[in-house]
Design a protein around this ligand. Structure first.
Ligand code: SF4
Length: 349
């Protein structure tokens, strides 16, 4: 049973603040209080490591330096800037939010948590991060790192992904945070990514080790408990890389649903053997010069798993129904999702 009066007491908060003052990482978005920069970094950091985010962040801010630029940018350019980070709905929601900020707030961010959370695509973590870091409001920002630490220090065996659990922690921490909440929130982000990691936590380096109940009970690697998630639906695909001279055929995906509005290679909803691939081309009356079987590949989405095989087909003329682009233009201007990375990398060779 969790004692919610003691989830992260003042002693723990002060220890984390002190540790952060000595150890905070110098990151581009930490050199400013600009809420736009903080927002962009926080969205990019969801599901992605800091080291990966840094070059993406710099390129994004250089290309789209403010809310107005983001609100007005062409969708293809926006998706290209995001290519490789995945979860493209996040950047689409950012543009929706930027448009609302232009309409309602003249391109500025509102300054309170209560107003920020009403913006499209801004959840309670992002609202907490912007309010606390940019505007110094004393609110928590509870992400996966924070939940892992909270589950360990409190020996909390509940399902930490449940909204009710997050809400309880949010309310309690809101009461205990009375100063420097931006630094406190960032201390949890840093502690979670460098010391209180999911695997092989480095408890000997932890500033709150003496107060941590999971450490005392030798249960660090048991927490947080992973509750079974719904299993993924498996889909099979054959990816076809049609080549003609220096060009490749691509298609734009529908503007709704998985990987909406991104580009993809032509594909078939089944894994074809080489013989079946040849038959497929014959049935479609596609004559070709050469057929090469490519490697198999797998991509995991949250609810779907794609199992893929690829074929590269060299044609003696273009076939209709596709967008034909040069390989150079493909890499410069079109967003091909990471799901196809193996086949995209093949084209880079
Ligand atoms: S002592 Fe270990 S488990 Fe506890 S908060 Fe620190 S790093 Fe995490």
């Amino acid at each position: 049973m969790i004692n919610m009066s003691d989830i992260m007491n003042k002693e723990m908060i002060e220890k984390l603040l002190y540790w952060y003052s000595l150890n905070k990482r110098d990151l581009p978005w930490r050199r400013t209080n600009n809420p736009y920069h903080i927002w962009v970094s926080e969205i990019m950091l969801q599901q992605t490591r800091v080291e990966t985010v840094i070059p993406y962040f710099k390129r994004f801010i250089n290309t789209l330096p403010d809310v107005e630029a983001l609100a007005n940018v062409d969708e293809d350019v926006l998706l290209k800037l995001w290519e490789g980070l995945g979860y493209y709905s996040r950047v689409r929601n950012m543009q929706k939010c930027a448009k609302e900020l232009m309409e309602k707030y003249n391109g500025n961010f509102p300054k309170t948590y209560d107003e920020l959370i009403k913006l499209p695509g801004v959840g309670f973590y992002t609202a907490g991060a912007i309010a606390s870091i940019a505007f110094k409001e004393n609110v928590p920002a509870i992400d996966g790192n924070a939940l892992r630490i909270l589950s360990r220090v409190n020996l909390d065996e509940r399902d930490m992904s449940k909204d009710q659990v997050k809400k309880e922690y949010f309310e309690k921490l809101s009461k205990n945070l009375i100063h420097d909440s931006g630094d406190f929130n960032q201390s949890l982000m840093d502690l979670g990514s460098s010391i209180c990691t999911f695997k092989d936590a480095k408890c000997s380096l932890c500033p709150i080790q003496k107060l941590c109940r999971a450490y005392q009970k030798n249960k660090v690697d048991k927490l947080p408990i992973k509750y079974r998630k719904q299993s993924r639906k498996i889909e099979e695909k054959t990816i076809i890389i049609y080549r003609y001279k220096d060009m490749v055929a691509i298609l734009k995906r529908p503007d709704k649903g998985l990987l909406a509005s991104l580009y993809e290679y032509p594909n078939v909803q089944k894994k074809l053997t080489e013989k079946q691939m040849i038959k497929y081309l014959e049935d479609k009356k596609i004559s070709y010069l050469k057929l090469i079987q490519l490697e198999e590949s797998k991509h995991l989405f949250s609810h779907i798993e794609w199992n893929m095989i690829g074929y590269e087909i060299y044609l003696n003329k273009k076939i209709k129904g596709y967008l034909w682009v040069s390989i150079q233009d493909l890499f410069m201007h079109y967003s091909i999702p990471t799901a196809f990375i193996k086949y995209t990398n093949h084209l880079k060779k």
